[in-house]
Design a protein around this ligand. Structure first.
Ligand code: PGA
Length: 253
């Protein structure tokens, strides 16, 4: 059966010291959590201290981006080898902010997904429609393009290490959450796409998270939906107490 995973996406927040302090506060709050996967996506500069502070606990660390190449003339970039070297386990790829502000395409994101898997990192592939796409009825088309594009050339065996995050762009950082029914509808659609690509057995085992204004008071209802397997949490992951509540909501299902 697929696993519920609650991942924090800190975006451009917290220094290395602040990351260590946060994780030392979070650990005792979630020490009893056994079923639910706990991941924190920190800035590159905080990864090392986060990995050290999380060592031996149930908290795993993610990067928020990655260059697909092993090394070379890519000024300012970070490679999968560098992330592996630090002990990072997950990498968030294709977040809507990267698509929007840095022009990332499905093709480039697909290269990153492949590179992550090649180096033993678990990608969290983000997909989701913008407000105007929802309003003009192209949600499924957009989510299909991003999901199929992001997973091109990924084998069924590799899907055991892939997490998908459905994040409607209009719900990110806006306080406007998709209703549980709205989110479930798209999650079921993604599950169907995965079934078409890989068969039902593989599709049933892929963790598909919801992201977009998930908070302690809506997490349980969202994660209770049949095809919602946790969350990718931005704002509400910045404070240990509220993030722990979301994790526990996921673990109680
Ligand atoms: P939010 O961000 O929880 O602040 O809406 C989610 C995300 O961007 O991953």
């Amino acid at each position: 059966m697929r696993r519920v995973i609650v991942a924090g996406n800190w975006k451009m927040n917290k220094t290395a010291k602040e990351a260590a302090k946060f994780i030392s506060e979070l650990k005792p709050l979630v020490a009893d959590v056994k079923k639910t996967g706990i991941v924190i996506g920190t800035p590159f500069t905080a990864l090392e201290s986060a990995v050290k502070e999380a060592a031996g606990s149930n908290v795993k660390i993610a990067a928020q981006n990655m260059n697909p190449n092993d090394n070379g003339a890519y000024t300012g970039e970070i490679s999968p080898l560098m992330l592996k070297d630090l002990g990072v386990e997950y990498v968030i790829l294709g977040h809507s902010e990267r698509r929007e502000y840095y022009g990332e395409t499905d093709k480039f994101i697909n290269e990153k997904v492949k590179a992550a898997l090649k180096h033993g990192l678990k990608p969290i592939l983000c997909v989701g429609e913008k407000l105007e796409e929802r309003e003009n009825g192209t949600t499924e088309k957009v989510v299909k393009e991003q999901t199929v594009g992001g997973l091109e050339g990924i084998s069924a065996a590799d899907m055991a290490n892939v997490v998908i995050a459905y994040e409607p762009v209009w719900a990110i950082g806006t306080g406007k959450t998709a209703s549980p029914a709205q989110a479930q509808e798209v999650h079921a659609f993604i599950r169907k796409l995965l079934t078409d690509l890989y068969g039902a057995e593989v599709a049933e085992n892929v963790t598909v998270q919801y992201g977009g204004s998930m908070k302690a008071d809506n997490a349980f209802e969202l994660i209770s939906q049949k095809d919602i397997d946790g969350g990718l949490v931005g704002g509400a992951s910045l404070e240990a107490g509220s993030f722990a509540e979301i994790i526990k909501a996921g673990d109680s299902i």
